[in-house]
Design a protein around this ligand. Structure first.
Ligand SMILES: [Zn+2]
Length: 115
């Protein structure tokens, strides 16, 4: 028995790094680490959500903490804050009233142009 396989895809935080954010699950955490890395920062994960079968743990055990080097924390927090406060740019169709995501230019329900 080993956790090696389930941890394989996650970047592991170094012991001296400090916490920057607690993501609600390992998938979100992994995505946010990718976001930080694409901004040129180092980041990694540590936490109970990384080990074991996801179906067998309580919800709060999925919380996965993101760690970064101390000197990059302010920058990381800034990026993560933008992520946290980004509101989906939803719009309501004038024809059928359907709510559409900001990336849609047409109503997905009836095909009417975005107002
Ligand atoms: Zn519509």
């Amino acid at each position: 028995m080993s956790n090696q396989i389930s941890n394989q895809n996650f970047p592991i935080a170094r012991p001296e790094w400090i916490e920057a954010y607690a993501a609600s699950n390992p998938m979100e955490a992994n995505m946010l680490v990718g976001l930080l890395q694409s901004a040129g920062l180092e980041a990694g994960l540590r936490g109970p959500g990384m080990a074991g079968a996801l179906g067998e743990v309580p919800v709060d055990a999925l919380i996965t903490r993101i760690f970064v080097p101390a000197e990059q924390r302010a920058q990381a927090r800034d990026i993560l804050h933008h992520y946290e406060t980004a509101t989906p740019d939803e719009w309501q169709c004038s024809a059928c009233g359907e709510l559409n995501g900001g990336s849609f230019e047409l109503c997905w329900q009836c095909g009417t142009d975005r107002p």
